[in-house]
Design a protein around this ligand. Structure first.
Ligand code: SAM
Length: 396
């Protein structure tokens, strides 16, 4: 097998073009099952693939795998961006603490409940409660919010509140929060330290934290930004393999979009890579990562990210749905706050009301011949207990 030859190499990036020549024929013969066990070098090959016929095959296999494993329903997760306060200094993110040019907001309990009520009335199965790492959203506030949403509307609840204390995560789980979303952003430790400096000098390993979340009963979601400065093809292939290793329930990937008020956006902090090694932050690259994630983690829930709509408002999200994704995240955040949750500039749909988002998204799903999912749309393998997570987590 060619991969064993490649594994002898010290630097897979340098031999990548040779891989294309050696493997094209062999990869053509692969079956869907073999895709699941793709090697790092096969993944790199696909990430570098430009041939439209080969890419059409990738989209076809990913769509097929999606249909067989998670069906034709597109589940809707109503997104509520409850606060843009953040204690972190992430080099990529527009709501980082150092950005003095944005006004900060924190939604009230009642405002958040109103959004959850809207999710319920639109038949969304889930609300995603997201914020910067904001300790003003304390244990009790989030706990009572979760309890209230569960009792009143019975919705599934995904929390995405950053690196919070174990006691808080446990207490929110006890309040019956279902899922936790925490992107590990990149599996390259050096790049991670550069773009995501620790808070108060305390380094948290996000992969370890994800495993803790899994062990206390959350479905776990993670992912990366595609094309962030310093991300090589090899790094991105490692990221995709890590999705599989942690056995993620949800995989959220989207393009890195530079924000001018961040150190990365201003080119102050940058890990320079030569242009042939740097992953481009393109729409095409996002589709490749969605498709490869689907082939390698067939049962995961994979959103077609809102950030894709920033690159292609007309049909970015639909295209993602046709290339492996099965989830959309309509925005429920009140319009007066939307533009303030500016993690990156030119976010799509910031002036649309929740009702407008709902009808726009429903028409997109119907236009591609898919159905809107009913119920919480939980990860199938968690429902069937089909996981070897105990074994995996004990490694971390
Ligand atoms: N504070 C929580 C956390 O850190 O997980 C959740 C909020 S954080 C703003 C949500 C995600 O936004 C991050 O995980 C990151 O991947 C994404 N993000 C931030 N800045 C971005 C940028 N400039 N381009 C694309 N995605 C970005």
């Amino acid at each position: 097998m060619y991969s064993s030859v490649l594994e002898e190499s010290q630097n897979p990036e340098q031999i990548n073009y040779t891989v294309d020549v050696i493997t094209k024929k062999q990869i053509n013969c692969e079956t869907i099952m073999e895709y699941k066990n793709m090697t790092k070098y096969e993944i790199i090959k696909w990430l570098r693939e430009e041939n439209p016929e080969e890419l059409a095959r990738l989209w076809h296999e990913a769509d097929n795998t999606r249909s067989v494993n998670v069906g034709n329903e597109v589940h809707l997760r109503g997104l509520i961006e409850i606060s843009n306060h953040c204690v972190r200094q992430c080099a990529y993110c527009g709501i980082n603490i150092k950005n003095a040019s944005i006004s900060r907001y924190r939604m009230t309990f009642d405002e958040i409940i109103e959004c959850a009520a809207m999710a319920h009335s639109f038949n969304y199965g889930t609300v995603v409660i997201q914020a910067g790492e904001d300790y003003g959203l304390d244990t009790e506030f989030i706990g009572s919010l979760v309890r209230h949403i569960k009792e009143e509307f019975g919705l599934a609840i995904t929390l995405s509140l950053g690196e919070r204390k174990d006691t808080e995560l446990l207490s929110w789980r006890k309040a019956r929060a279902d899922r936790y979303l925490l992107r590990f952003e990149t599996s390259n430790e050096q790049l991670y330290e550069l773009i995501h400096p620790p808070s108060n000098n305390i380094k948290i390993d996000r992969v370890e934290l994800l495993c803790k979340l899994r062990n206390i009963g959350y479905e776990i979601g993670s992912g990366v930004m595609i094309g962030i400065h310093g991300q090589s093809y090899e790094n991105l292939a490692d990221d995709i393999l890590l999705f599989k290793k942690i056995d993620l329930d949800m995989i959220g990937v989207g393009p890195y979009i530079p924000h001018p008020s961040t150190s990365l956006g201003k080119n102050i902090k940058k890990m320079n890579l030569s242009s042939n090694l740097q992953v481009p932050a393109t729409e095409l690259m996002c589709y490749k990562v969605i498709a490869l994630s689907r082939l390698i983690c067939p049962e995961a829930n994979i959103p077609s990210a809102t950030a894709l709509a920033t690159l292609n408002l007309t049909n970015g999200r639909e295209t993602g749905l046709c290339r492996g994704a099965n989830i959309l995240m309509p925005n429920l955040t009140p319009v007066k706050y939307r533009s303030l949750y500016e993690i990156y500039p030119s976010k799509a749909c910031i002036f649309e009301t929740a009702q407008q988002c709902q009808s726009c998204i429903a028409s997109k799903i119907h236009a591609i011949g898919r159905a809107i999912g009913k119920g919480p749309g939980s990860c199938k393998k968690r429902n069937t207990g089909n996981t070897d997570v105990g074994k995996i987590c004990s490694k971390f």
